[in-house]
Design a protein around this ligand. Structure first.
Ligand code: NAP
Length: 302
């Protein structure tokens, strides 16, 4: 299928075959929603066990990235970071076909987005920079926001894919290589990382000062500083529940991407650097695979 085919709805009559590479917290949820919408889905993951539940839902499980992308109309990458995406797409190369649409949804930052757009160009792929806003629960509910940049010609054909994973797609540019969607994603993440650290620090401080930490959430409740996110994250720390929606390891990566982008832009950020330090300490204390609110442990270095 060429990008012209995709414009006209493609050979699969509005149901593009989607190859999902990466079945972590987000990729698994997104693939599940594509299947629920009746789209033909091919999946691959480095750790094959993670594909088992999707196979039961009807996904074709491939044993290599090349096998997964072979015959797909849309390739959707949802891996840890830019280097992982580049590595997997290089492995996919024998199965890629000029004209395939590549929806790159991983948070990769600005250097990597340019490199990946070049990689797409070398293979004749239509590159769509498409990071997503929202975490595990919205991903499972198909309620993400897709921040997208890519040619108008493929937007209609991508609609069933993005509508399966999200409630809204914000198209920002004709050219994915500009990285504008990834830039917006970094702006959103700078806020998310700051908020998560703020909640964890406040709870840690309450405990350190001998104040009932539950009072933090209760005193803020219903006021202008309150938010469902704050309450959920504070409650998670109090319940000692660090089940990951977004891991400390990935949050540390994103803090670095935000800081690097700011430095390139000549913008001084202090909070992103501090957030990165807290995530690093928490990871070194063994909390890397826990939810990013486990930066809480960064307040009690040993
Ligand atoms: P995750 O649960 O850590 O999953 C990472 C995925 O990448 C797994 O499938 C992992 O495979 C794979 N992977 C890592 N390194 C690899 C490599 N070198 N080669 C092949 N596969 C590799 O992460 P996630 O929470 O789904 O997030 C995925 C991306 O979305 C990240 O960029 C993250 O920043 C971004 N994001 C996350 C959220 C969130 O709330 N979770 C929200 C928006 C955006 P294995 O299973 O084999 O480890």
């Amino acid at each position: 299928m060429t990008s012209d085919d995709m414009t006209s709805g493609g050979t699969t009559a509005g149901r593009p075959v989607v190859a999902v590479l990466g079945l972590g917290i987000m990729g698994r949820a997104m693939a599940g929603n594509l299947l629920r919408r009746g789209l033909p889905v091919r999946v691959w993951n480095r750790t094959p066990d993670r594909a088992a539940a999707l196979a039961d839902q009807g996904a074709v499980v491939a044993s290599s990235p090349a096998e997964a992308v072979s015959g797909a109309d849309v390739v959707l990458t949802m891996l840890t970071d830019g280097p992982a995406v580049a590595e997997v797409m290089r492995a996919a190369a024998p199965g890629l076909r000029a004209g395939q649409v590549w929806a790159q949804t991983t948070t990769v930052g600005l250097t990597a987005v340019s490199e990946l757009a070049e990689l797409a160009q070398r293979h004749g792929l239509v590159f769509v920079d498409a990071p997503v806003q929202g975490t595990r629960q919205p991903a499972e509910a198909g309620q993400l926001v897709v921040l997208a940049a890519g040619p108008t010609a493929v937007r209609e054909a991508l609609r069933p894919v993005f509508e399966a994973v999200g409630w809204h797609t914000e198209w920002l540019d004709e050219d994915g290589a500009t990285g504008v969607a990834s830039r917006l994603k970094l702006v959103l993440n700078s806020w998310a990382l700051t908020m998560t650290n703020g909640v964890a620090e406040a709870v840690a401080l309450a405990r350190g000062l001998g104040v009932d930490p539950a009072l933090f959430g209760r005193m803020i409740a219903g006021g202008p500083m309150d938010s469902p996110y704050l309450q959920a994250k504070a409650a998670a720390v109090l319940a000692d529940d660090f089940t990951p929606s977004f891991t400390v390891r990935n949050a540390e990566k994103d803090a670095r991407l935000v800081a690097e982008a700011a430095e390139t832009a000549g913008v001084r950020l202090d909070l992103a650097l501090a957030a990165g330090e807290r995530f690093r300490r928490a990871r070194e204390l063994g909390h890397g695979e826990e939810d990013m609110v486990a930066n809480y442990f960064g307040s009690f270095p040993q």
